[in-house]
Design a protein around this ligand. Structure first.
Ligand SMILES: C[S@@+](CC[C@H](N)C(=O)[O-])C[C@H]1O[C@@H](n2cnc3c(N)ncnc32)[C@H](O)[C@@H]1O
Length: 249
């Protein structure tokens, strides 16, 4: 990982992570040399938690999967940051009972609100965990991309179901329980008292390109993803939406 304390550059950028790391890096730069308390809900194997710990921050990962947490613990040890990464097995839906209120500077909740029982109460718990002035990084599946993707693969019935369903799911066999658009995602966070500061699309193009193009020009693809991420209508075609929000100070 490229890293210097106080000027965090993060891990190598990919189309899947570049835009999110750009937003997080700006927040870390804003906080200067402070050692932040970070909470990663559904943080899995530590793709974000471990680089943040390597940058000197203290990260608690709450995840439902013991296997993911075991991989996280191994990865943190291999990176030499076991003392700055805490793995907690728990359900995002029960977060309020797992985390002290107003103790966290930065909360991550990436690709999790689509699968929990009650996203509103999870977001309320995220907001409660934040210190006043603390920030939330939330990544959500986009309904628009899912509809286009299913249609382009020839599954027109599934695309129609996804487009018509109020929650943006294609029924019992769908792996996700809901998907969002920018307005719905904004309303979700606002409902918990968070102020949305930035919205970006993640993987505007990456999932649409032939593998030969994506693999053949990785640097150019990352740059194009970053250029398009904040610009509707490109933003709204992305596979995921990234919202950066803050608890008012
Ligand atoms: C799609 S992965 C995302 C992992 C990571 N946040 C990322 O973006 O790379 C979803 C993660 O959420 C966890 N998860 C799913 N349901 C959960 C729940 N109800 N409470 C806590 N974690 C959950 C899974 O175990 C998994 O690690």
């Amino acid at each position: 990982m490229e890293q210097t304390r106080g000027r965090f550059t993060g891990p190598p950028l990919t189309p899947r992570t570049a835009v999110i790391w750009s937003v997080l890096r700006a927040e870390l730069d804003r906080r200067g040399d402070a050692e932040l308390t970070v909470l990663d809900v559904g943080g899995g194997t530590g793709g974000f938690a471990v680089p943040l710990a390597q940058a000197g921050h203290h990260v608690t990962v709450v995840d439902a999967s013991p296997d993911a947490l075991a991989a996280l613990t191994r990865r943190a040890a291999e990176a030499g940051v076991a003392d700055r990464v805490r793995a907690v097995q728990g359900d995002g839906d029960a977060l309020a009972g797992l985390v002290e209120p107003a103790g966290v500077d930065l909360v991550l909740c990436h690709a999790v609100l689509e699968v929990v029982d009650d996203p509103e109460s999870v977001v309320a718990a995220l907001a409660t965990a934040l210190r006043p002035g603390g920030a939330a990084s939330v990544l959500l599946a986009s309904r628009t991309a899912a509809v286009l993707g299913r249609a382009m693969n020839g599954h027109l019935d599934v695309a129609a179901a996804l487009a018509a369903d109020p929650a943006g799911t294609a029924g019992a066999r769908d792996t996700l329980r809901r998907r969002y658009d920018a307005d719905g995602a904004t309303a979700l966070l606002r409902g918990a008292g968070l102020v949305v500061e930035e919205i970006h699309g993640v993987r505007v193009l990456a999932d649409l390109l032939p593998a030969a193009v994506a693999d053949g020009q990785p640097g150019a693809l990352v740059e194009l993803e970053r250029a398009l991420a904040g610009r509707p209508p490109y933003r709204d075609l992305a596979a995921q939406l990234h919202l950066f929000a803050r608890r008012p100070a």
